[in-house]
Design a binder for this molecule. Sequence first.
Ligand code: NAD
Ligand code: IPM
Ligand code: MN
Length: 355
Amino acid sequence: MSKKTYRIALYPGDGIGIDVLNETVRVLEAVQQRVGGFELQYTRFDWGADYHAAHGKTAPDDMLDQLRPFDAIYLGALGDPKRLPDHITLEPLIRMRQGFDQYACVRPARLWPGVRSPLANPGEVDMIVIRENSEGEYFSCGGSFKPAQPDGLAVQTAVHTRKGVERILRFGFDLARTRRKTLTMITKSNALKFGMVLWDEVLEELTPEYPDVRADKMHVDAASMDFVRRPSRFDVVVASNLFGDILTDLAGAIVGGLGLAASANINPQRTAPSMFEPVHGSAPDIIGKGIANPVAAIISAAMMLDWLNLPAAASAIRAAVEETLRKGFRTPDLGGTLRTQQMADAVIEQIRGQA
Ligand code: NAD
Ligand code: IPM
Ligand code: MN
């Protein structure tokens, strides 16, 4: 049988993004060898703060054209706040999500066996937050007037379209059908009386089409409280771009921290490549120390393999991560002493030992 090959664009970015991406590629190579039948071909794009120093921009103008031919994009993390403002370094990330219509940002938060939650009694936590990834509060519509003056002002408008809200809710409903059949939509229609009321209305319209799914809505403030108070009640959570951003750091913290939080930016129609990256950023506070937890990045790569329809390889990675964590291998963010590379070595060891 001939091997199926996939072209993967690697975009390491900045800070720990580079470290966790490099380790994840080693894990991918191990799983390719172990599972067999497929080959990942990598092309690396070293864009980010260093590229900016040389070219005056963090990524080239034709970035999307360069990335479009790939089967998937795998990204480390962007941002170097000591050298450049974040809205400059992070612009390519938003450009990619919006330009490639990766409208569904899928962020699972599951408490892995053996991992301690900072909550005293978290119960069984296994939720997936679906974050609207193409519009909403990130629409980039606004302007400022005399911003440096005492009477200066800035306006930033959120744009929620019926099409955008409907498609992300349908994505959530479809996912809920494959899980515990519970969908919670995050709203704030008690205060945001145009945008979030539209979300409420679309939810109400769609709910009868999915009679097998229990759908309800919660205001984002109350939902934040319940993420902490009783996280096990959540199954599929659908949220706008900004609410989803905030809630997924919170969900990550509840299941052991950003070192374990994976993410996929999906174009469900496959009209452009999807992009896979950990939830976390470039972590300037631990940059260059070699102690970043690579697990979030490694699980994001498993999500990529699932998307490429390589479920055996994806499961092999997840099983190896589960075993590694169960056996107590830990980087400092989880109270251990392992370095990034040693943690990846532990996962690779598990993959090699799999029956
Ligand atoms: P961050 O996620 O980089 O870090 C938050 C905290 O979590 C830090 O204490 C960090 O050390 C810790 N942490 C994060 N990932 C970790 C890991 N894998 N292992 C161990 N500890 C980890 O968030 P921040 O500090 O707000 O942002 C830093 C930079 O990253 C900024 O420039 C920000 O804009 C950018 N950022 C980028 C992305 C992305 O590329 N997708 C996401 C979030 C933030
Ligand atoms: C994330 C990040 C980005 C976002 C930032 C860095 C632009 O926080 O991927 O969660 O807000 O989407
Ligand atoms: Mn975020």
